[in-house]
Design a protein around this ligand. Sequence first.
Ligand SMILES: NC(=O)c1ccc[n+]([C@@H]2O[C@H](COP(=O)([O-])OP(=O)(O)OC[C@H]3O[C@@H](n4cnc5c(N)ncnc54)[C@H](O)[C@@H]3O)[C@@H](O)[C@H]2O)c1
Length: 265
Amino acid sequence: MTAPSSSGRLDGRVAVVTGAARGIGEAIAARLATEGAFVYLADIDGDVATEAAARLVQSGVKAAGIRTDITSDASIADLRERIEADHGHLDILVNNAAILDATPLRDLTRERYDLVQQVNQNGALWATMGLLDLLKAGGRGRVVNIASIQGVRAAPDTLAYATAKGGVVNMTRALAVDLAADGILVNCICPGFVDTRMALLPDGSGHEHDTDWFKDIYIKYGRIPLKRAAQPEDIAAATLFFCGDDCRYVTGQYLLVDGGVSSTF
Ligand SMILES: NC(=O)c1ccc[n+]([C@@H]2O[C@H](COP(=O)([O-])OP(=O)(O)OC[C@H]3O[C@@H](n4cnc5c(N)ncnc54)[C@H](O)[C@@H]3O)[C@@H](O)[C@H]2O)c1
C-alpha cells in the first residue's frame, strides 16, 4: 500500500487516538499526523505507544505516546492534564481502544461480560467525558468512535463484544445530539474484517484470514465483494473524513468499512 501524501487538511489540529500502540489505532494516528495534526497515541501499552509515536516523529510528523488506561478516571485525567499543558485544547478524539471477546455463550461469566462492556463501551464514553472541556475549548470538536460490524450484526460467540459495540453505535447518536450545541460532531466507524492481531484465532492456531473457511466463504465465494480483508490504513482513510472540516453536516452516523460484506448474505 503506498503511503498517502499530506493535504495539510488537519494542520494545527490536536488529536488523541486511544489504543494507538498498534493495529487500526496506530494507522489512524499515522494518517491524522500525516495530514498535519499533533497526535497523542494513548494506549494502556505505554511503551509500545511511545515507540510507535517515536517512529512517526522520525518520519517528520508531530506525535507523542502516552500510557492511558481508558477504564481509569485517573489515567484519563493524566492525559487531559498533559494535553491542556501542551496545547490548551483538543480538536479530535478517536475512541479506538478495545479488547476482543469470543467467549461462547455457555461459558460467558458476569465478570467477563462486565469487563468487555467496561473497556469497549464505557471506556469510549468516559474518555470522551474526561476530555470534553478541552474539545469544547477548541470550538471545532470531532469525536469518532471505532465500533464494529458486530455493532450492527451478530456472529456466533460474540455476545459480550457485539453488545458493547452496539452500545457504542447508539452512544454515538446520543452524544451527537447532546454535543451538537457545542459544535462537536460525533460519528462512528464500523470495520468489518481487518488484518490486525485482533484477527488472531483465540486458540492460538493462527490468523482467521488464513483459514480455509475464511478463504472459501469470504473470498472465493465473494461474501466480501471486494475479496480481501481490510488493512488498518483502509479504516484510517474513512476515519479521516469524520475528523476534518469536510465533515461539517454529518453527525450521529455510523459508516460500515467492510469491503461490502454487510451487503451480502
Ligand atoms: N481487527 C478487526 O478485525 C476489527 C474489526 C472490527 C472492529 N475492530 C475494532 O477496531 C479497534 C482497533 O482494533 P485492532 O484490531 O487494531 O486491535 P488491537 O488489539 O491490535 O489494538 C487495540 C489496542 O487497544 C489497546 N487497549 C486495550 N485496552 C485498553 C485500555 N483499557 N486502555 C487503553 N488502550 C487499551 C491495546 O493495548 C491495543 O494497542 C477496536 O475498537 C476493535 O474493536 C477491529
